[in-house]
Design a binder for this molecule. Structure first.
Ligand code: I3S
Length: 128
């Protein structure tokens, strides 16, 4: 479920399984490597851990170390254009540090929820 960050409210928290690939790292283009990732939004941090059997594998197991984390502060989110991926429902996330990710789910409602949550999180930080 989605918790929208509000100044008078708790920070954003959301998690789920998404397909993720980096396309740019520190401003440099990298080869796509789509992977199913357990994805966790905590405040302004988005954490990814390689999914292995979905949602139970991340917390409280020995693979609880996130593969990578991105800082959403100063970043941007938009629907990816067709030339970025042939997949449906792809979000392009750009960080201020020059990392670009594509985030995808086959499930409309799932990716729409993430789009909304990520956009609201970034906008909220902008307004702080
Ligand atoms: O943007 P690209 O290069 O068409 O991305 C595709 C490739 O990464 C491909 O792997 P190879 O580098 O082994 O060809 C992936 O299997 C595809 O999924 C990538 O394209 P999509 O359209 O799925 O993002």
């Amino acid at each position: 479920s989605t918790y929208v960050l509000d100044l008078n409210d708790k920070p954003s928290e959301k998690c789920g399984v998404l397909n993720v690939t980096k396309i740019t790292e520190n401003g440099k283009r990298v080869r796509k490597n789509w992977a199913s990732s357990w994805t966790v939004l905590q405040g302004f941090s988005l954490l990814f851990a390689k999914g292995q059997g979905g949602s139970t594998s991340w917390f409280g197991s020995n693979q609880s170390k996130p593969e990578f984390t991105v800082d959403l502060r100063g970043g941007s989110v938009e629907w990816a254009s067709k030339d970025k991926s042939s997949k449906k429902h792809v979000i392009e996330l750009k960080t201020r540090q020059g990392t670009e990710l594509l985030i995808q789910s086959e499930i409309d409602s799932v990716i729409n929820d993430w789009y909304r949550t990520l956009t609201e999180t970034i906008n909220t930080h902008q307004a702080l």
